[in-house]
Design a protein around this ligand. Structure first.
Ligand SMILES: Cc1cc2nc3c(=O)[nH]c(=O)nc-3n(C[C@H](O)[C@H](O)[C@H](O)COP(=O)(O)O)c2cc1C
Length: 222
């Protein structure tokens, strides 16, 4: 079993990283292989909006965003973490969301996910919503979420207050992956989003979106 943890903060030792590393410890303790990525350390350009990925099935830029997207395809679980920047995800995380071609491709199809948003004052609920919607719209199974309100660099205080909650979320994520837990309400919401929104749209685009249809058939999505 393999889990990818993606830190969308430019700070490798910040609040988001501390939460994600605590989740990592839980996962490793359960014998799960973990790949931890700091987006800050990766070579990743902005999306240029060329639509090549929809037509061909992968990005035209062979950088680390594409590599991460391939790693996600192979993983059983994904943990996405971002600090709040102006009531949204960080620029790094936004670039990765754009470059990862998540939603159309259904990149998170049946993958177990945790969304983590940190913030200092107001707006982290919006950050969390962006990450949760990304999971749901991309076919993932949201097994846990954490909204961490913490003073800038107050790692000790944050850990003291939130450690047991972080551990609980990590442990139920592990259980969900092991038992292949289903989430009926999420499945119903995703059914409508996919069958009434995404699928008719992709069909209408014809050969311009043939890369997407290729990805779906590999995943067994009809
Ligand atoms: C450019 C910038 C914008 C920010 N905007 C917000 C915000 O809108 N709301 C908020 O609660 N915190 C905001 N913060 C604070 C960070 O989200 C918060 O300190 C976060 O926990 C930092 O995470 P990190 O230590 O993982 O980098 C902002 C910080 C920066 C640098």
């Amino acid at each position: 079993m393999q889990v990818l943890i993606i830190n969308g903060s430019p700070r490798k030792n910040g609040v988001t990283a501390a939460v994600l590393h605590r989740i990592e410890e839980n996962l490793r303790g359960a014998g799960i292989e973990v790949l931890f990525y700091n987006l800050e350390e990766m070579k990743m350009s902005h999306c240029t909006g060329c639509n090549y990925c929809y037509r061909i099935g992968h990005c035209c830029m062979e950088d680390d965003a594409e590599l991460l997207s391939k790693r996600i395809e192979e993983a059983d679980g994904i943990v996405l973490g971002s600090p709040t920047y102006a009531s949204n995800v960080s620029g790094l995380m936004k670039d990765f969301i754009d470059r990862g071609h998540f939603v159309m491709e259904q990149l998170l199809h049946k993958k177990y996910c945790i969304a983590v948003a940190s913030g200092e004052n107001y707006g982290s609920q919006d950050t969390l919503k962006v990450l949760k919607n990304l999971v749901l719209f991309s076919g993932g199974r949201l097994s846990g979420q954490l909204r961490i309100q913490a003073g800038f660099n107050d790692l000790e205080g944050m850990m003291r207050k939130r450690k047991s909650q972080i551990d609980q979320v990590a442990q139920s994520f592990i259980r969900a992956m092991k038992l292949k837990q289903c989430y009926p309400i999420q499945s119903i919401i995703h059914f409508f989003i996919f069958h009434l929104g995404i699928k008719p749209f992709v069909k209408k685009k014809g050969t311009l979106y043939q890369g997407i249809r290729g990805k779906w058939s590999k995943l067994g999505i009809t």
